[in-house]
Design a protein around this ligand. Structure first.
Ligand code: ADP
Length: 691
């Protein structure tokens, strides 16, 4: 401490050759005094300037000390050996708003008056401790709350020590107390946050541990400790468990070595890790757990602690195992079903084919690029366009896909397949995937085709046979009267050529000729009567429904030929009285002709378009269009037995026309631009029959 004038100070460093002075204790209520009671050695040497009188120096010194006592940022107080306050420094007076004289209250000691300023919760303890110290002479220390002049309690840390005379008798107590309110609050906040942290650590449903090294004791949170207690019978006897203990006691014997290795590596490398293992639970049941280990580092990066958090993941693991098992089973199922399965994105990109399909196509299941474009190359060139059209339409509309087509097998051979696909939708009805299936129907198709051909041939043969039979019987019936006419003509000629002509006989023969000719005419008449359609029971029918039925009937045949039948039917057409079997026959004939006409036209999209609409007030009209070759000889198509086909009969169109005309309608043909043919017919609304 430096004083204004000269070198009056308290610094021990200043004890040197200077003269020293010992001052006897001075006590009083009117201010602090420097008290050195019988000290053997000088405590505070005073350096005195040579010329200054001792009194002045002492005054200066007293002033200095008084200033010091008042200025130290603490409360200083002094008590008699009985505990009666005899001095408070200025700071204390200011703090309490209480000076010594204020503690003089009737019926109350000064000390009690001071104790009144101690917080009621701390006062008893304060009193007890201080009294004990006054009796024993032990040092007094305590933390308590002291009321400030404004009534606010502030935490204080107080201590007091006795000063004794040569005989060891206590002559004074000197006390010091300073504010620790902020520190107490900080400590309380710290304690609070520690408590919360601990509560949290104990409450979280995970097991937490920490170690400093592989062989240090392991700290556990409460949950973990509870776990041990429930599993290890003599847990308390183990003492401070180490990692080694845990590995032995808690981890499944099959997993323990790996866990130990992982931990060692992790500690050595100074890097966190995640481990999964089975740990023992009550009743020796093992459950799967996941443990995450992380180091805690100092600012310089040194690892000071390792923390581990272990979570029970048994349910998750079991679910995963079950899921994997299910997935394995499903994928086995998908691969083993005797069908080809595939999956498309809503845009039609292939995302999966099952093993059977990959084997069929000879493709590598793992080749994602090949998978994405697989559908571009596997269809028969004649079917690819139609498949693209139909599938494209289904992808747009979300309709079910169903089609027959040929797929190229790994060996290059095309085989007929029946393919179906349906969309999978999410909760909002949006398509998320398409799942498809196709199975090999090649043998079936060939068998059906063979059957169809056989039945066609049979039908042809039957028709030919019955025609031949009919022709033979007509020939036979007509031949007899013709032969008789010829014979009678000869006879007549002979009678008239005789000399003289035998007119009588010639007349008789001519009559016979007339009779035989009549008989031939009768045969012909009978045959005509046979072919003339007897009036059938015609019922009012819905032509559109009839068309739908025929399409359904012909579906197999048209699909086999990869022809798609499109209908544009005017709704609410009036019913027409007709013979449904005959009109069905007309449709079958026209559709079959169209399909056959398109057989020759390879590659392009093949469609038969049937349209029905009202044709004026009295009729409805139906058109059957195709994209085939068109009529090569339009003039002759209705001629009986006119055909351009190797196995054709040439009767179809003729019969169709005769049926339509018998219903009072009209049937005609036309070639389309740029290609194809149309056969159209009308049916009158008022049913009439052609004569
Ligand atoms: P078939 O079918 O047994 O030959 P049809 O009387 O039904 O007998 O047909 C006669 C001929 O008319 C056919 O051979 C064919 O040349 C031609 N024809 C019929 N329908 C069509 C069509 N839709 N397109 C092109 N030509 C056709």
């Amino acid at each position: 401490m430096r004083c204004g004038r000269g070198m009056v100070g308290l610094s021990c460093g200043m004890i040197s050759s200077a003269r020293t002075l010992t001052v006897s204790g001075i006590s009083g209520v009117d201010g602090p005094k420097v008290c050195f009671v019988g000290q053997e050695r000088p405590i505070m040497p005073i350096e005195i300037e040579d010329q200054k009188p001792v009194n002045e120096v002492l005054r200066d010194r007293e002033h200095e000390l008084s200033l010091l006592v008042d200025m130290v940022p603490s409360h200083l107080w002094r008590l008699t050996p009985d505990g009666e306050p005899t001095f408070f420094n200025k700071r204390m007076v200011d703090f309490l708003g209480l000076d010594l004289p204020d503690t003089d209250r009737p019926g109350m000691s000064r000390l009690e008056a001071v104790i009144e300023t101690v917080h009621p919760d701390d006062a008893a303890e304060f009193r007890g401790r201080l009294n004990r110290c006054l009796v024993t002479g032990e040092r007094f220390t305590m933390r308590y709350r002291l009321r400030r002049a404004d009534g606010v309690y502030r935490w204080m840390s107080s201590s007091a020590e006795p000063m004794r005379d040569r005989d060891g008798q206590i002559v004074q107590w000197y006390g010091l107390c300073h504010g620790i309110d902020d520190q107490m609050h900080a400590e309380e906040a710290l304690r609070q946050s520690r408590r919360q942290l601990q509560q949290m650590i104990d409450a979280v449903p995970v097991r937490i541990w920490s170690v400093t090294s592989m062989d240090s004791p392991v700290y556990f949170n409460k949950r973990y400790q509870d776990h041990f207690r429930s599993v290890i019978a003599n847990f308390e006897a183990i003492g401070e468990p180490r990692i080694e203990t845990l590995l032995r006691e808690l981890i499944h014997p099959e997993d323990a070595p790996e866990v130990q290795r992982t931990l060692l590596n992790c500690f050595e490398a100074g890097r966190g890790t995640v481990m999964r293992f089975r740990w023992r639970e009550k009743d020796d049941i093992y459950r799967w757990a996941e443990c995450r280990v992380e180091p805690r580092r100092e600012q310089d990066g040194t690892i000071v602690q390792w923390y581990g958090v272990s979570l029970d993941i048994d349910d998750e693991m079991r679910a995963q195992v079950a899921l994997r098992e299910r997935e394995r089973e499903l994928s086995l199922l998908v691969d083993m079903v005797p069908s080809n399965l595939w999956r498309l994105t809503p845009d039609g990109e292939t995302t999966l084919v099952n093993k059977r399909m990959a084997d069929f196509l000879g493709m590598d299941l793992d080749d994602k690029q090949q998978l994405a474009v697989v559908f571009d190359t596997i269809f028969h060139p004649d079917d690819a366009g139609a498949v693209e059209d139909v599938l494209g339409r289904c992808l747009l509309t979300g309709d079910r896909f169903s089609m027959k087509y040929r797929l190229r097998r790994a060996d290059g051979v095309y085989r007929w397949m029946s393919g179906r696909a349906e969309p999978l939708r999410d909760q909002d009805g949006r398509i998320v995937q398409w799942f498809g299936l196709c199975h090999d129907i090649d043998d079936q198709m060939h068998a059906e085709e063979a059957l169809r051909r056989a039945s066609e041939r049979l039908a042809q043969a039957t028709r030919a046979a019955s025609l031949a039979e009919l022709s033979a019987s007509i020939a036979h019936e007509v031949n007899q009267p013709l032969a008789a006419i010829v014979a009678n003509s000869h006879a007549c000629h002979r009678w008239l050529s005789a000399e003289p002509p035998n007119v009588e006989r010639a007349k008789i023969t001519a009559e016979r000729i007339t009779r035989d000719a009549n008989s031939a005419a009768e045969v012909v008449g009978r045959i005509r009567a046979l072919f003339r359609h007897a009036p059938e029971a015609r019922l009012p029918e819905d032509v559109n429904r009839l068309i739908d039925e025929v399409c359904l009937l012909m579906a197999d045949e048209t699909t086999a030929k990869t022809v798609c039948v499109e209908t544009t039917l005017e709704p609410d057409l009036p019913l027409v009285a007709l013979d449904r079997v005959q009109i069905q026959q007309v449709f079958v004939n026209l559709i079959r002709n169209g399909v056959e006409a398109m057989d020759a036209v390879a590659g392009s999209a093949r469609a038969i378009k049937i349209r029905s609409y009202r044709d004026g007030p009295d009729a409805i009209r139906v058109e059957v269009r195709d994209d085939g070759t068109g009529f090569k000889d339009p003039q002759r198509v209705f001629e009986p037995f006119f055909t351009t086909k190797a196995h054709g009969m040439g009767m179809g169109l003729a019969i169709c026309r005769s049926i339509i005309e018998s219903h009072g309608g009209r049937l005609w043909t036309a070639n389309n631009e740029p290609r194809g043919a149309t056969v159209a017919f009308t049916l009158p609304l008022a049913a009439s029959e052609m004569p």
